[in-house]
Every structure is written in structure tokens, then in C-alpha cells.
Ligand binder design. Sequence first.
Ligand SMILES: Nc1ncnc2c1ncn2[C@@H]1O[C@H](COP(=O)(O)OP(=O)(O)OP(=O)(O)O)[C@@H](O)[C@H]1O
Ligand SMILES: [Mg+2]
Length: 462
Amino acid sequence: MSGKVLIVDDEKLMRISLESQLKKEGYNVKSVDNAIDGLKMVKSEEYDVVVTDLRLSGMSGMDFLKEIKKHNQEIIVVIMTAYGTLESAVSAIKEGAYDYIAKPFSTDELIIKLQRALYYKNTTAEVNRLRKEIQSEFEFSNIIGNSEAMKRVLETVKSVSERDATVLIRGESGTGKEKIAGAIHYHSMRRNGPFIRVSCAALNREILESELFGHEKGAFTGAVKTRRGRFELANGGSIFLDDVDDIPLDMQVKLLRVLQERTFERVGGEETLGVDVRVICATKKDLLEHVKEGYFREDLFYRLNVVPINIPPLRERKEDIPLLINYFLKKFVSQYEDALPDVSQEVIDVLLVYNWPGNVRELENVIEHAVAFSKSKGISIETLPEYLKRVDIRTDLLSMDLSNKQEINLQDALTEVEKKLIQWAHQKTNGNQVKMAEILGIPRTTLRNRLIKLQLFEKVLS
Ligand SMILES: Nc1ncnc2c1ncn2[C@@H]1O[C@H](COP(=O)(O)OP(=O)(O)OP(=O)(O)O)[C@@H](O)[C@H]1O
Ligand SMILES: [Mg+2]
């Protein structure tokens, strides 16, 4: 690993020999005999590492270090110290130096330190880059939705992020629960701490307990060494408990205690550990129903449900569909394409009429499929997955979601269906009432009466 190194030392021999030896090793090296010139160079060129003596005439090594850090935190500084001046090395490290090397040293010793320093620098840069990438995924601008329901969700997210309140997110599969949980964490004061996710549904009871709380060596067969659980790993950040309804009753007690006291013990452990975490939960179920049925502790429910966020299914906020289509097109269209592909009206009709049982995730997959099959041409029906090509706009028009309903008023439901059919005919015929009556198989006068009764298309009627 080679890098750009600046050596600052007023001992000429030392400086020149170091410079030439490091150059032989493939480093890009420059050297100067004082900190003032050194600082100018650091400000005008990009150095990875500065190796500097502490005792320098003019500006001291310590001030030099502070100035470098003021200019750019990421530059690595290694201090050279004379024998017996360990104390000053320690204070330099407190000021942000990465390491020190005691004189006299061999070039090999310095090379080892340089290699470690460069490795550290590259890794830190990579971690920062990845963190930014993850954070941007959870920016508010990347949470799409203009429906009243989504606006409400976003308002709650914004107002609750900064507070440390426990949040319970409810929504069907693929509605964006994890995205909302991430947005809360990455807009909170804990944003630089860890965001730890646990899927409570994917793990059986024993594994889940040790996953959440960790275990001591020998706690059970197979526990060959002590392992920290997700709560410990989330310390200083947030923990996201997905499918929280799947936590078995006896473990709900332990979870309740963490929420109340922020303490727990590892499986098989005696020591009580404290944690500082924010808890965000998600569920696809109606948790209060689970409480009534005795599967979920009532006290835990109220602890979790401090701030409830309900994300409605996509079929109940279809006005978000066009925005989401656009968003996913941008995501999947190659960055080398100049413009987004055109989406045919037929495709939009199908996507608006379809019921979206898989919600936003399903729409995302459909757009990815369509982009892959569009071969840089527009998005037509042919680019959609097979099952969507078969969607019949007329019959799907009538589909209703009855899954969450306990009762239905038949008259209201029939009126809804009638409205939908008349709207369909209106769209199909561009509002031509003669043709509308024809394709609906009713006399024109009947159609007119229905339009008035249902208060449809007032402009057409007047
Ligand atoms: N409002 C939105 N804007 C943009 N992308 C979204 C939105 N909602 C969901 N997504 C995307 O849809 C996909 C599914 O979202 P997410 O994983 O958050 O759903 P989920 O509710 O956690 O699903 P599951 O219940 O299956 O775990 C992700 O790729 C996510 O980025
Ligand atoms: Mg999820």
C-alpha cells in the first residue's frame, strides 16, 4: 500500500535518508525542515501521512499537529520522539496524532507504522463512505409519498426522531416499515451510533434470546465462548425489532424489563448489564388483537406503543403510485442513459388498478423487471411480469379489500361499484354519454339519472 508522505524534521541527515529509503519502498515522499513550510505543503497538496518531529524551531511539532487537524481531520500524523520524551508523545496522541515512533528507529519500523496508518485511513474512509450511502437511503427525500396518509407518517417521523420515544410501526409486508425505522434512527441524535436490526420471526426461541441478550460461555451446548447480544451491540444507537409480535411470552418479560430499566443479563450470566438504546418495533399484525387473545403482554404493548405509526397498504394510497414509479425508474435506469423511459398509458392503468398485495416492495420489483426488459426502449405492457400482463383493468376495477373489514353496508358497497363502472365507461369513451350508455347496456336516460343521483361528472351534466 503506497501513499503520499511528508516528513518534517530539522535533522538534515535523518530527513534525507528517510526520504530516499521510503521512496525506494514505493512511497511518494517529500520532506522539509520546518513546520511552517510543512503546513503550507499540507494545505496545497493532499498528503495521507505526515511524520513529524516534535521539537522544531519556529512552529512547534505540537502546534503543527493542531493546525493539520484543523485543516483536515483525515490526515494521519505520526510523531517522532526522542528518547525519554514519552510524555509529550502521549499528549500528542490526545491531540489527535495517530501514533508515535521513538528515535532512533529503523526504516522497517517506520514502514510498518506507515502501512498500518494507511490501512486505517483507507478503512475509515470506506466506512464513512458506506455510512453516508446508508444514511442517504433514509433521507426524507428518499421516502416517497404524497398521499395524506404518507404525509402524516412523515410528519410523525420528523417530530419523533429527535425524541427518544419508543416507536411501534404497523404495516403490511413491503409497506416500508424498515425504511421508516431507519429514517427515525438516522434523523435522531443517535444517528452516528449503530442501527441494529433483529428479525424476531426468523429465529426460534432459544436462538432469539441469545441473539437479543447474548450468552455467557457454557450457557448451553454450543456456547463455546461469550457472545454479546444485539442489545449490547446497539448501545448508543437504536435497535429495530422486526415482527415483534413473534416474541414468545416468557421473553416478553425480559424485553419489558429492558424497556423499563434498560438492564438485562446475558443468557447464563449473573452480571446485570446496562444499555442505552432506543427501541423501534414493527409488526404486520394487529398487536392489540394479540393482547386480547393472550399472546402478547398488555403492559409490554403499552410500553412499545408510545408512538404508533401506521403505514397504510399501497392499494389505499394509490395516488403515491405514479411518484413511486418515477422514483424506482430513476433507481433502476442505468446512470448512462440520458432520460427516463416513457411509460405507456396502458402500463399506468394496469399499475393503478392492480391491488398490490406485496405493496411498495412488489412495485419496486415490477419496475426493476420492466426496466430490465425494456432494453432502453419505453416501458410497455410487454415489459411487465407475466402475472401483470393478465390484469384485466375492468374486472380488477371491482376488486375490494375485505381482509380487514368486520362488516359491510351492502348498499354503500354497490354504490361504490356502480360509481367505479361509470367512471370506467367515462374514461373509455372520453365522456361521450351515448357511447357510455351503450357499453354499459343501459338507456341514456337511465345513465343521466344515475349520474345525477351519484353526483358524478357535474361539469359534463351542466
Ligand atoms: N415510501 C417509500 N419510498 C421509497 N421506497 C420505499 C418506500 N416504502 C418502501 N420502499 C422500498 O420498498 C422496499 C420494501 O420496504 P421495507 O423493507 O421497508 O418494507 P417492510 O414493511 O419492512 O417489509 P416487510 O414487512 O416485508 O419486512 C424497500 O426497498 C424500500 O426501500
Ligand atoms: Mg421489514
